[in-house]
Design a protein around this ligand. Structure first.
Ligand SMILES: *Cc1c(COP(=O)(O)O)cnc(C)c1O
Ligand code: SF4
Length: 335
């Protein structure tokens, strides 16, 4: 019912109408304002609540443990200092060769076009990342091009974020045209949570841009729970498939949200229903403020073993961790 209303609104107006006041969220969901104690409000100051209304519609009213709510509502436990958790667990500040680029893996160069996201996920490892000083502008294309020519092994550009789909279609089109100047670049990959949280982002202008590039196209969406996915998501994926985009999903294994083999199996089947394949299941990056989402490796491996038994091989994501300095994501061994 409500989805029809959202479908009529374009994605920009939805982005301009995010819920950013935690008390508004609590009141819409008929929850007790006591959940927002002093520490939770400090956490909100550190990393502000941001959530599309359409995502909130999928949260169960009156349920403080809802798996979608837990991903977005600031929590007092975020303020506890924990050993082993840091501001930049992946050492991304060191890997920053030029504004906006991260080159950690041989053949793939990651480009951050924006620090903005449609939703603020409390577990995000980028919650403390200094984006503003680090975004590429139009004039930065020339040095990036030079860098790419000096690194001919790079054959794939990954647009990541922030959320790269929070920028305008015009800006995306300009950057894609730049990448097309280089014959070494064969693949464009987009990592985005927007198709999940505001599926209307996959609009006609964006589809036309995809239609007009010769680059191979890959999109990796980000969903952690089957409750996030709906008909509007399916329609967006279907439109991308018509433009020959390969579709994958990545998830983060999160305590209290999806640390359960049945939920993860449901998620895989639900993604497949939209013709998206599970790609990565990440264990948490140990970023300050996310400790209460952590699952022990042994528990993660047990959950993983259970989904191996439940799913066809093509619906099993790879269980991985990112280790500072490694040249690829590292699989967690299963014994
Ligand atoms: C994850 C990641 C990639 C992509 O890795 P794939 O294994 O190809 O998905 C590229 N660059 C950086 C910096 C990454 O963190
Ligand atoms: S970068 Fe991705 S995971 Fe992090 S806050 Fe933005 S949408 Fe969420």
């Amino acid at each position: 019912m409500i989805n029809y209303l959202f479908q009529e609104k374009n994605w920009q107006s939805q982005l301009n109408d995010l819920i950013t006041d935690p008390f508004e969220l609590i009141s819409l969901l008929e929850l007790s304002p006591e959940q927002l104690d002093h520490q939770a409000l400090l956490a909100n100051k550190q990393f502000k609540l941001r959530v599309p209304r359409q995502f909130v519609e999928k949260i169960q009213i009156g349920n403080p443990h809802d798996p979608l709510l837990l991903q977005v509502l600031p929590h007092h436990l975020e303020m506890q200092a924990l050993q082993g958790f840091s501001l930049d667990p992946l050492g991304e500040r060191d890997a920053n060769a030029l504004p906006g680029i991260l080159h950690k893996y041989k053949s793939r160069l990651l480009l951050t076009l924006t620090g903005a996201c449609a939703i603020h996920c409390r577990y995000c490892f980028r919650r403390h990342f200094p984006y503003q000083e680090n975004l590429p502008k139009e004039k930065d294309w020339l040095p990036i091009k030079k860098y790419l020519l000096e690194h001919p092994d790079v054959n794939e550009i990954i647009l990541s974020g922030g959320d790269p789909l929070s920028v305008s279609n015009e800006k995306l089109a300009r950057w894609i045209q730049h990448f097309e100047e280089l014959s070494q670049i064969k693949t464009l990959r987009i990592h985005s949570r927007l198709p999940v949280v505001i599926p209307q982002r996959i609009d006609q202008d964006f589809l036309d841009i995809l239609q007009n590039t010769h680059l191979k196209l890959v999109m990796v969406v980000h969903s952690n729970h089957p409750q996030e996915l709906d008909q509007a998501f399916d329609d967006a994926m279907s439109n991308l498939i018509k433009k020959n985009v390969m579709l994958f999903n990545q998830s983060v294994l999160l305590k209290g949200i999806n640390d359960n083999s049945l939920i993860l199996s449901d998620l895989s089947y639900r993604l497949f229903h939209a013709r998206v394949l599970p790609y990565y299941l990440h264990v948490l990056d140990k970023v300050s403020g996310s400790g209460h989402f952590l699952i022990s490796d042994i528990h993660a491996q047990k959950i993983y073993q259970a989904i191996l038994k439940e799913l066809p091989g093509y619906l099993v994501p790879k269980l991985v961790r990112e280790i500072h300095g490694e040249l690829h994501k590292t699989p967690l061994n299963i014994f």
